[in-house]
Design a protein around this ligand. Sequence first.
Ligand SMILES: [Fe+2]
Ligand SMILES: [Fe+2]
Length: 198
Amino acid sequence: MNYSKNYSAMDREALMQQVQMRMSEKRFKHVLGVEEMAILLAEKYGVSTEKASIAALTHDYAKERSDEEFLLEIERQNYPDQAMLKKFGNAIWHGLVGADFVERELKVHDVDILEAIRLHTTGAANMTDLAKIIYLADYIEPGRDFPGVEEARRIALMDLDQAVAFETKHTLSHLIENENPVYPKTLETYNRFVAGQK
Ligand SMILES: [Fe+2]
Ligand SMILES: [Fe+2]
């Protein structure tokens, strides 16, 4: 990728180091895979590759924080639907609430990037192309291996919305199959992208 004045190769290196310190080697490898895929999709769909890189590198930054830390943050920020949010766990918190840690500790203030981090596991009815790209890249990065991943990759290179639909349908089916709770935003994504509600 080409680096601009605002985001140099050195900035990227520094960010990578801060992220790496906060996670296992395996997760860090995943993060680099997400970055690779996010940049590829950003180039294809005319989205800023810098924003794609920063959002990808930081999307799982908070994933290894304790539940206590997340619960404190939820109270501190006075989140809407606080009582409901507290019933969920790390799978939802690390994105939705994790963006707060990215902003405060890594000094990332770009609203598009923070929104993409927030929505990377649930999606939303309204998503920017950057948010769609991070949502997809997390699912189809080169290290992912599950039945259907090849098809998800193929669709992602053809049409962002169709790929969001494919991922959401499969994620929701998986949650239901395992009798896991479903965060309302995931249903919102389903209604918009799979069921075609406007
Ligand atoms: Fe994540
Ligand atoms: Fe991830």
